[in-house]
Design a protein around this ligand. Structure first.
Ligand SMILES: [Zn+2]
Length: 234
């Protein structure tokens, strides 16, 4: 992997998609729909190990090309796949010469775009529709919140919910306002979903639904609907 000096003029640190495309092209994976973190780390020639990193979930030694992740039993432990994806985001940002410290939310955006490409999102939504649980299952080991983020970004939808750790997420197409704090409407519907209820959004074509997140072995709830249903229905 060459260093990033030849790319940094072309990919600014606000352009997660541009960064993802440049890096994936470099390793010949820009046409792949899914780039699992294990695939990426081996393409980057990184040495992966499970271990203890005092005070940290994961750490990446870019110079020695080594990533150490805490808590993973082994590669079958899906709970740390996202930690690895996030660290790969930092790695790519370093390769591109983004200034440190990195913006953590941009690293998350980059990691999601490296893992799940637009083609995979469009195929998933085309296959299973705006069904939250089916979308999560479609992507298997990608955490549910990452799946909803990519669906919102690429298929142009709104995804507001709680992941299995109780953390709120709110994703929408660029330029769409999403409330920065939970509204009464949001709390009301998510409470119903957390109790196990599924409410279809008949006009919108989406739903409010609980979901099981196989990647984190937890349960959450989401309000998920396409932003422009008429357009999507052709
Ligand atoms: Zn980070």
């Amino acid at each position: 992997m060459p260093d990033g000096s030849q790319f940094s003029p072309y990919v600014d640190p606000d352009d997660a998609e541009g960064a993802a495309v440049v890096i994936l092209r470099l390793i010949g994976r820009h046409l792949a729909r899914i780039n699992h973190p294990f695939t990426l780390s081996s393409s980057f020639g990184l040495d992966l190990r499970c271990g203890r990193v005092p005070g940290l979930v994961a750490c990446l030694d870019t110079r020695r090309r080594r990533a150490t992740l805490r808590g993973g039993r082994d590669e079958t432990d899906t709970r740390w796949h996202w930690d690895l994806a996030h660290e790969l985001g930092h790695y790519v940002a370093d390769v591109l010469g983004w200034p440190r410290p990195h913006d953590e939310s941009m690293i998350d955006a980059l990691a999601g775009r490296l893992w799940i490409r637009r083609g995979a999102v469009m195929q998933a939504v085309g296959t299973v529709g705006w069904n939250a649980m089916a979308l999560v299952r479609y992507f298997g080991t990608a955490p549910a919140a990452v799946v909803f983020r990519r669906v919102a970004e690429e298929a142009r939808g709104v995804a507001i919910g709680r992941d299995g750790f109780g953390r709120r997420f709110a994703f929408a197409p660029e330029g769409w306002p999403v409330p920065s704090h939970p509204t009464r409407w949001e709390r009301h519907h998510l409470r119903i979903a957390m109790a196990g209820g599924v409410e279809p959004f008949l006009k919108r074509g989406g739903e409010v639904s609980p979901f099981e997140d196989p990647a984190t072995e937890t349960r959450g709830a989401v309000i998920l609907y396409p932003a422009e249903p008429e357009f999507l229905r052709g």
